[in-house]
Write a protein that binds this ligand. Structure first.
Ligand code: GLC
Length: 473
């Protein structure tokens, strides 16, 4: 009986006894998700130490990857570049022209959604897929290299890599649920170039860029007050410019101490050694079910790939232990990652008007998950969404506060990209409030460090980095 799958028995009022038990358990969970000011500050202080440690020679939790982006654009960069962005959810191919006029650029693009099954495909399939999409784009837009040279490409690869130079990057480990064998420990530039060569596609890679570095460069280019570039989407990370003299691990390069270089912190890995983050059972469960248990501890509490999953785990737990959504068949909610974080946002937004009868959430839960909660239960769902998202936003502020504290940045802007930031209800306000608590700004002061939407990092930012690299400036 297909109809009955995941359906609810006709919504019956929840008994007071059950409701009391559910509320008690929700209360207990809420406490484990609450992070007060003192804890935020303690986490931030530990974060600062770990950022420092990552720049040194001994291994710490945070990789602090040197990106070899050494220059800031002036606005006079020129040239035409292909860019490819392989992040967590989409593949985007662009043709970016940086024009003669200061700061001028033109961009055409194609975006492809990456299917979930690709996360576990083979390396050949992955690079072949990317190369084919680049080829389709070149054909469609009739792009030809000048003087029979190859078309220059900036490749945004949003995973941690060790780079000897900007045209090179050995994947340290997959993050964000990707798990393709034969790539970790290898140079991803060489692997993509091989797939391009095998297909005779006239493209060569001039720069390998992380999405945070692209966001930083593109944003600082338009607004010099931007000191940090950050992504809060499927994953969570940030980049900033550091003085070479403060990076002991590249001391052997003998670079001028004042020379700036981009650092991709990869701070999603913060607290992999489990010293400060208050992880609860649901966090442990997420970690256990992920392809890389023990990795990306901070990211797993903050980023978009995980907030929907945390919420899903809580709902299933409440159902199984205290009879929440009694009478509903939660089959469709039992699959790992069955719920995207956007669901939480939609719920919270609808609940913003207290008298709301939650019509849209009701329809969405019925259509997507086959469950029909009562209004009381819906309100509990909203409360749980708030609990999960509030913790994510408050913890997100710790990473940003830590970079600012470490760098002595007391005023400035943080350019942030990613759907979990831009589309999630109140994320920005919650993170801003937490930043204020951590950094203890006087009540009469406006926010001294603010979050602003980043400029297009993987399109324009990557093209600017490519132009700086090939010397078109
Ligand atoms: C993950 C990746 C990192 C990326 C971030 C945001 O943390 O490891 O490279 O910047 O997600 O996409």
């Amino acid at each position: 009986m297909k109809e009955a799958q995941g359906a609810c028995a006709p919504t019956a009022p929840v008994s007071q006894g059950t409701l009391d038990k559910v509320l008690q358990e929700v209360d207990r969970i809420a406490q484990t998700f609450t992070i007060d000011r003192e804890s935020l500050q303690r986490i931030t202080d530990h974060f600062v130490k770990e950022l420092e440690r990552g720049l040194g020679n001994e291994d710490g939790d945070i990789p602090m990857n040197v990106t070899w982006v050494m220059n800031q654009p002036t606005g006079y960069e020129t040239g035409q570049f292909l860019t490819v962005d392989f992040g967590g959810t989409n593949l985007r191919v662009c043709n970016v022209t940086l024009t003669e006029e200061k700061g001028g650029c033109e961009l055409t693009q194609h975006k492809f959604k990456l299917s979930k099954h690709m996360r576990k495909c083979t390396a050949d399939e992955l690079w072949g897929f990317i190369a084919d999409r680049i080829n389709d784009f070149i054909q469609e837009h009739n792009l030809r290299p000048h003087n029979s040279e190859k078309l220059p490409l900036a490749f945004t690869f949003s995973y941690p890599v060790t780079q000897d130079n900007i045209r090179h990057g050995v994947l340290q480990r997959w993050t964000k649920g990707w798990d393709i064998s034969g790539v970790e420990g290898h140079d991803v530039v060489a692997q993509l170039e091989q797939a391009l060569e095998q297909r005779n596609i006239p493209v060569h890679i001039v720069a390998l860029v992380n999405d945070t570095t692209g966001a930083l460069i593109a944003s600082a280019y338009r607004d010099p007050e931007v000191k940090v570039g950050s992504i809060l989407g499927t994953g969570c990370n940030a980049a900033y410019m550091e003085k070479c003299g403060r990076i002991p691990k590249i001391a052997s390069h003998n670079l001028p101490a004042d020379q700036l270089v981009g650092i991709n912190t990869e701070y999603g890995a913060f607290d992999n050694s489990h010293q400060v983050l208050p992880r609860c059972d649901f966090d442990l469960e997420i970690d256990r079910a992920s392809p890389r248990p023990g990795q990306q501890t901070y990211e797993k509490m903050v980023a978009g790939l995980y907030t929907g999953e945390l919420f899903r785990l809580i709902i299933v737990h409440l159902h199984d232990t205290v009879g929440f959504l009694e009478g509903c068949d939660l089959r469709r909610l039992r699959d790992v990652h069955a719920m995207e974080s956007s669901v939480l946002s939609r719920m919270e937004e609808e609940n913003a008007t207290p008298e709301s009868t939650m019509v849209e959430t009701r329809t969405m839960l019925k259509q997507e998950f086959g469950i029909e909660p009562t209004l009381e239960e819906l309100k509990i769902c909203c409360l749980l969404a708030e609990i999960v998202c509030m913790r994510a936003a408050r913890l997100y502020a710790c990473g940003i506060a830590a970079i600012c504290k470490k760098e002595g940045v007391t005023r400035g802007r943080v350019g942030v990209d990613g759907s979990a930031f831009s589309k999630n209800y109140k994320f920005k306000e919650r993170a801003a409030a937490a930043l204020r608590e951590i950094l203890e700004w006087p009540a009469e002061e406006e926010d001294l460090i603010t979050f602003v939407p980043a400029e297009d990092g993987s399109g324009i930012g990557a093209a600017l980095i490519a132009a700086l690299t090939v010397g078109n400036h």
